[in-house]
Design a protein around this ligand. Structure first.
Ligand SMILES: [Zn+2]
Length: 255
């Protein structure tokens, strides 16, 4: 029993074999996935997947990298889609200071707007944070994101940042990097995160775990993340899978 809480199966990397990839994940014990649509192109393809497959849920939001492309009517579009049964979160939203496709002030405005929307809808948020830890935490606080909580996706920050996110009621999600030999920080943080706040994900087709690094990632590989996580936590594999799946079900309020 595995829950891949963050995947992009609608990505063009899966155009040749999407059905097989999804079937393979199910064979490997992946019982639930959240596919994330994050702009004008990927929101419709994410919705289509969630409608086609029972065990695929959707998160919809506007990615910080694409912030500059968001029009006022897009927030209404997201609000409308959020009423759909299979939409379980607003995201991925946040800040990305690595790529400079959208100016920081635009990213911050779009981020704040979507936290506001999530609070109106009372839905959890999925946070993308790249090289922007300080501003992400500050904005989450200022916008009272603790009222809805959510997930710090592919968490890459320090334990100090992790603590601030945990205090605001967030779950921390870990993926491929915890399987990398030289990734000290995410491993150390994972060990300290309380068991009831821990989630796992692939972020496929990105962030492929060891030993497939360099190849396309897929949801079945969440098993490798769970194996690494269980080992770091000193927990039985089955127990680790059970706990992280339960957390996902609780966090996204999936029955
Ligand atoms: Zn993502």
């Amino acid at each position: 029993m595995l829950f891949d809480t963050h995947t992009h199966l609608d990505n063009e990397a899966f155009n040749e074999d999407r059905e097989a990839v999804i079937a393979h994940a199910a064979e490997q014990g992946v019982t639930r996935m959240v596919n994330v649509g994050f702009n004008r192109e990927t929101i419709p393809t994410t919705m289509a997947l969630a409608e086609k497959y029972d065990f695929i849920y959707a998160a919809v939001g506007w990615h910080p990298v694409d912030a500059i492309t968001m029009k006022p009517e897009d927030i209404d579009w997201i609000a409308e889609l959020a009423k759909h049964d299979k939409v379980v979160a607003i995201g991925e939203i946040g800040l990305d200071y690595h790529w400079d496709t959208s100016p920081k002030d635009v990213q911050q405005r779009v981020f704040r707007q979507q936290i506001g929307l999530a609070r109106e809808l009372n839905m959890p948020i999925v946070i993308h944070n790249r090289e922007a830890h300080e501003d992400v935490v500050r904005i989450l606080r200022e916008e009272k994101a603790s009222e809805v909580g959510g997930i710090m996706h592919s968490f890459s920050g320090s334990w100090e940042t992790a603590k601030m996110c945990l205090d605001m009621g967030f779950y921390l999600s870990f993926g491929g990097p915890i399987t990398f030999k030289n990734a000290k920080q995410p491993k150390e943080v994972l060990v300290k995160v309380p068991n009831d706040r821990l989630l796992i994900e692939t972020d496929s087709p990105y962030l492929t775990p060891h030993p497939f690094r360099g190849k396309r990632n897929e949801s079945a590989h969440v098993r490798l993340v769970a194996e690494a996580g269980a080992q770091l936590k000193g927990m039985e594999y089955e127990e680790f899978c059970r706990i992280t799946t339960e957390n996902g079900v609780t966090c996204f309020d999936i029955r």
